[in-house]
Ligand binder design. Structure first.
Ligand SMILES: [Zn+2]
Length: 116
């Protein structure tokens, strides 16, 4: 039996979402230094590129965080853990769960192979 699948959330930072994102990343990932967090966010704003702001989350947290983030961050997307926007062209997409995932087993939430 494989471990239940977890999820990562990505979004594009803006000057108005900077503070929210910094607090979000710090609360979910206290192991990341403040300087690294700010560097990542600055890079995202500069290049309009998505930044990983929450990783290794269960599905119910991911859904809640996506709703939360949508008011502040643009282009919020949820990926199967360890996949991201860079590999999007090779990923599958579940229309029901609005989720990018990899592999040939289908959507992990539809298939109930996910962490709650
Ligand atoms: Zn699904």
């Amino acid at each position: 039996m494989e471990d239940p699948i977890k999820f990562d959330l990505w979004g594009v930072a803006s000057s108005t979402s900077k503070r929210w994102l910094a607090e979000k990343i710090a609360s979910v990932h206290p192991e990341v230094s403040r300087a690294d967090v700010l560097r990542k966010i600055a890079g995202s704003i500069r290049s309009n590129a998505p930044v990983l702001f929450s990783a290794g989350r269960g599905w119910s947290n991911s859904v809640r965080e996506r709703l939360d983030a949508a008011e502040k961050v643009s282009d919020v997307e949820v990926f199967q853990e360890s996949y991201g926007p860079d590999g999007k062209a090779n990923l599958e997409y579940c229309e029901e769960h609005l989720l990018f995932y990899g592999g040939c087993l289908g959507c992990p939430v539809c298939g109930r192979r996910h962490q709650q």
